[in-house]
Write a new protein. Sequence first.
Length: 247
Amino acid sequence: MPQIHLLAEAGDYAPLVLLPGDPNRAQRIAERFDEGSSRQVNTNRGLLGFTGTYRGVAVSVQTSGMGTPSLAIVVEELLRLGARRLIRVGTCGGIGQGMRNGDLVIATAACPVDGATATYLHGDPYAPAASFAVTRALVDAAEAAGLPARIGLVASVDVFYNTDADYAERWRSRGVLAFEMEAAALFFLAARAGVEAGCALTVSDVLGEEASGHGEFMSAEDLNRAIDRMVEVALEAGTGLAVDSEA
């Protein structure tokens, strides 16, 4: 039975799903699938979804939208449709020491500063963490590609243009590498369902020690090149895990 937002049937999605926020990036990722393998499985509400193979391994890509409310809807429905390994591939605002535009961040856990995760938790303390196997695979794939990665905490927030004077410094002092908007809900929902989840992010702007709001953004061309490198890492990691699990 089709879901309310993802108008697809069971079997339309692979067990491995990559989750970009942007539908244009979903389409760009699908173009990397094996030639002739990609088919569109959802267009409803602009939440573009595609399924195909990468190096012969079944994989899907599904637009999540921006923020945890949108991602939570998509992930809840993907789980009902058989998804078992979910990897967010998105962008973030870097706040860690020495962070630069274009850096790759692999999230080990996400501070749940967002409203959707708080709603799920009913005020209970909880630390949404990525699956170790997926995180390890992402780190290994980045190393194999010669792509340095920053590995650690991110914070999932609701407000993109935050003007609080201590916005970046407060979270930097807690060891957070970057702000993003979806990982906390993803990690929680995956843990609740007993499936695996990970998160790879490209730094699109850097908030310095004196900055509030957002810093200077990368050009579209440079950002796309950095995202392409990240996507290759995620595809190699995810499909490698799928092969290992079938062995």
